[in-house]
Design a protein around this ligand. Structure first.
Ligand code: ATP
Length: 241
C-alpha cells in the first residue's frame, strides 16, 4: 500500500447512485452534523445522505433520548432537504445494532459500490473499538470529516490508513480541502475539510440541563421538540429514582 492519492475531482457523471451513510447517536442532531453532511454531499457529489440514528444503548442513561425521539428529531432536522433522508433501520431493531449489520443491509438494498460511510475524525479513530472492525472497514468506502478538536494528523494512528504526514498537515492548515486515497483494505477513503462548527451534542445537553439557550446550535424545530418533550432537562433531586 502506498500513500499516493489525489484531490477529489469535480463531479463526474456516473450511472450508479453515490450514497453517503451518516451514522451517529444524534442525541440530539445539530448543525455540526447537518453542515458536515451538506459539505460532504457537495464535495463528493452524493445523490443522497442517509442519516442513521443508533438504537437504544443497552445501558440507557438519563441523557440518551429514546431512539424514537432521536429519530423524530433527525426527521425534523432534514425536512426540506431533498438529498437528506433518515432511516430507522437501527432504531426499530430490538437489542444491539452493529454498524457491520447496518452496512450489509444497505449494500444489499442499494446495490451500489459507491457507498461512503461518513464520520468525524474522532469517530474514525474509534473504529478499532467497534464490533468486528476489520470486517467493517473492508465493506465500504469512507469519508472522514474534519471536526474542531480533532486533527487529520491524528490519523497517522489509524491502522487502516497510510497517508503521508505532509498531506495530513496540509489538510489541517487548510492548504487542501480534500484528499482521496486508498485504504489498506483497498477501499477508498476521502478526507474532507468541512465547515468547522464547534458544536457537540454533549454541549447541547449540558446547556439544556442547566437551563441555557441552545438557539442557533440546532434547527428551531428540534429545539421545540426538546422543550416540549422535556428532554435532557435536569431532574430535581427529590424526583430521582
Ligand atoms: P456527543 O457529544 O454526544 O458524543 P456528537 O456531537 O459527537 O455527540 P454523534 O451523534 O456522536 O454527535 O456524532 C455522529 C457523527 O458526527 C460522528 O462521526 C461525529 O464525529 C460527527 N460529528 C459530530 N459533531 C460534529 C461536528 N461539529 N463537526 C463534524 N462532525 C461532527
Amino acid at each position: 500500500m502506498d500513500s499516493s492519492g489525489s484531490d477529489v475531482p469535480a463531479c463526474d457523471y456516473k450511472n450508479e447512485m453515490k450514497i453517503g451513510v451518516f451514522g451517529g447517536t444524534f442525541n440530539p442532531i445539530h448543525y455540526g452534523h447537518l453542515r458536515a453532511a451538506e459539505d460532504a454531499r457537495e464535495l463528493l457529489c452524493l445523490d443522497k445522505v442517509l442519516f442513521i440514528p443508533s438504537g437504544n444503548p443497552p445501558l440507557k442513561t438519563d441523557d440518551v433520548a429514546d431512539a424514537s425521539q432521536r429519530y423524530a428529531m433527525a426527521r425534523l432536522a432534514v425536512a426540506g432537504n431533498e438529498f437528506f433522508e433518515v432511516l430507522d433501520i437501527e432504531c426499530v431493531k430490538p437489542g444491539k445494532s452493529y454498524t457491520v449489520d447496518t452496512l450489509k443491509a444497505l449494500c444489499d438494498a442499494y446495490d451500489t459500490s459507491d457507498l461512503y460511510f461518513m464520520l468525524g475524525i474522532d469517530a474514525f479513530l474509534d473504529i478499532p473499538n467497534w464490533w468486528m472492525p476489520d470486517r467493517l472497514v473492508s465493506m465500504t468506502n469512507f469519508a472522514v470529516l474534519s471536526r474542531p478538536g480533532s486533527m487529520f494528523t491524528d490519523l497517522v494512528k489509524s491502522p487502516y490508513l497510510a497517508i503521508e504526514d505532509e498531506i495530513l498537515s496540509g489538510l489541517d492548515i487548510g492548504k487542501r480541502e480534500s484528499f482521496r486515497s486508498e485504504m489498506k483494505t483497498r477501499k477508498e477513503v476521502v478526507l474532507l475539510n468541512v465547515t468547522p462548527l464547534e458544536i457537540s451534542a454533549t454541549g447541547i445537553r449540558g446547556r439544556v440541563c442547566s437551563g441555557r439557550s441552545v438557539k442557533y446550535l440546532l434547527p428551531e424545530k428540534v429545539e421545540s421538540f426538546i422543550i416540549s418533550n422535556r428532554l435532557y432537562a435536569a431532574v430535581p433531586d427529590g424526583l430521582k429514582h
